[in-house]
Design a protein. Structure first.
Length: 504
């Protein structure tokens, strides 16, 4: 017998099932697989026993007459998720078994088909699968820890390198500028080379810090309505002098009436700068680079194209990996850090887009990334003014559940409504005609001066039918008699604001 038997808890209220499993479990105990079966008459008793003993397997009766069947299955999964569950189903009820497997059971056994070999195999596989699962989870946890350690080390090391590197560059710059004394032409060449390499090192450190932040989930992304055309024009203007210095032609392809994007403008600048820097770096003197964009459905696609050496199609899957050096090992030429495209890919995905490359050796490269178009309309602002709390609550609930894109404010004080209207600038004011401390007609006249003359609307609500008859003469746009229904209120709002109901 093994040093410690595998603990199995049987949850069933049927004595015949207990007797059956007692006999079969004894026959199934062979070699290193020795089982000890503990009976439990119901779910409550099972949890009490689970608090006292660490069970390796649970056998659960799913037969319809068992009150602890499916409820027990879900309860065990939620309370003891680490224990594998084998369900027992009624004779000829394979459907319940399949349903249990889909819901997370390790296996199922049909009662009239169980013998010692089937039971032994099911128990053994449940134990082995659970061991593999635990091993996989431990390995995954370890990989995550190693990844976090790597990212943390890269971030801390990069941060610590920035300060001494900055000091070195400053002193080299002082000598190069002749502040510490005269220098020869050869010394100046050496110092300028040192400065260039300090800048390269600073760029590498900054990219390592950016990538570490992204991998750690700490990258700041603030998506909002963004004029992408303006950003693209700025990036183009920044790179024109650099490309001219290398005798490269930089072309801008920017369509008119480009929609507003929904993205982090700072992230997009970094993405375009990375792509343009690569194009400038790897394109030969006298080459051509194009920066452009176009609308594609619900997205704006931005592309950077060059006629440089191109990239082997077999390397396209690896080009966005960190520290990837593709087609740069052979011969002289420009070399990158291998971080720019990895950062680019992550920033694009954080902004809800995709990035791809089209390239072949000797035929240049075209990198394209997308960002979503801003389709989030600003909500219409509605101010509710009524001195009865239950009416304010009722109207607020109607608006919140209406499926309309609305932002609401409310007050039970007529004079306070004038202050709120001046600050909130509502598109619609729902105003009770008979307020306690001041007449609604007075508030109506004042509030019309507070809201937009062109788009601001006022909906008067009142139980006084006679007063409603001529209220529109005083500036109201519409009126609604109390008591009113939910649908009546929504229809009035839809008509006054000219908006559509997106859902119910």
């Amino acid at each position: 017998m093994a040093e410690k038997a595998i603990q199995v808890i049987l949850i069933t209220g049927r004595q015949e099932d207990r007797d059956l499993l007692d006999g079969l479990i004894e026959q199934a105990s062979v070699g290193s697989y020795q089982y000890q079966l503990i009976h439990s008459s119901g779910l409550k008793d099972a949890f009490t026993k689970c608090d006292e003993t660490l069970f390796d397997i649970a056998l659960l009766d799913l037969e319809s007459s068992s009150k602890d069947g499916w409820e027990g299955f879900e309860a065990i999964k939620n309370r003891i998720p680490e224990i594998p569950i084998i369900v027992l189903t009624a004779p000829n009820d394979g459907e319940a078994g399949f349903a249990a497997l889909k819901s997370g059971a390790q296996d199922y056994l049909v009662k009239d088909k169980i013998d010692e070999s089937i039971l032994a195999r099911s128990l053994r596989y449940a134990v082995e699968r659970k061991m593999v699962e635990r091993t996989s989870q431990q390995a995954l946890k370890r990989l995550r820890e190693l990844s976090e350690t790597k990212s943390q080390f890269a971030a801390e090391a990069s941060h610590e390198l920035r300060t001494p590197l900055g000091i070195v560059r400053e002193f080299v710059s002082l000598v190069n500028d002749g502040i510490t004394g005269p220098i020869t032409d050869k010394q100046k060449q050496c110092l300028e080379s040192a400065l260039r390499n300090c800048d390269r090192m600073t760029d590498l450190i900054n990219k390592m810090l950016d990538l570490a932040k992204i991998e750690a989930g700490k990258a700041e992304v603030h998506r909002k309505q963004t004029d992408l055309a303006k950003i693209i024009e700025q990036c183009y203007g920044d790179f024109v002098p650099e490309c001219k210095a290398k005798d490269q032609a930089l072309t801008l392809e920017l369509p008119q009436n480009l929609p507003i994007a929904f993205c982090d403008g700072g992230n997009v600048v970094n993405i375009i700068v990375n792509l343009l820097s690569n194009a400038k770096k790897f394109t030969q003197k006298g080459g051509r680079i194009t920066l452009g964009c176009r609308q594609e459905g619900h997205f704006i696609a931005v592309h950077v194209q060059d006629n440089g050496p191109g990239i082997d199609p077999e390397a396209h899957d690896r080009i966005f990996d960190a520290f990837a050096q593709i087609n740069r090992e052979d011969g002289p030429g420009a070399r990158g850090t291998g971080l720019g495209l990895a950062i680019t890919k992550n920033l694009v995905e954080l902004n809800g887009g995709l990035v791809q490359v089209e390239s072949a050796l000797g035929k240049g490269s075209r990198f394209t990334f997308t960002v979503p178009i801003n389709e989030r309309e600003a909500p219409k602002r509605v101010l509710i003014v009524d001195d009865e709390a239950h009416v304010v609550k009722f109207v607020t609930q109607i608006l919140e559940s209406s499926g309309l894109n609305l932002e609401t404010r409310s007050t039970m004080n007529g004079l306070e409504s004038l202050i709120i209207a001046g600050q909130f600038n509502p598109d619609l004011v729902i105003l009770d005609l008979h307020l306690a401390e001041v007449r609604g007609q007075q508030i109506l006249k004042s509030i019309k001066g507070k809201i937009s003359q062109k788009t601001g609307k006022v909906l008067i609500i009142s139980g006084d039918v006679d007063s409603l008859a001529d209220i529109q003469k005083h500036g109201a746009d519409d009126c609604l008699e109390k008591p009113f229904s939910r649908e009546q209120m929504i229809q009035k709002i839809v008509n006054l604001l000219g908006i559509e109901r997106r859902n119910r």
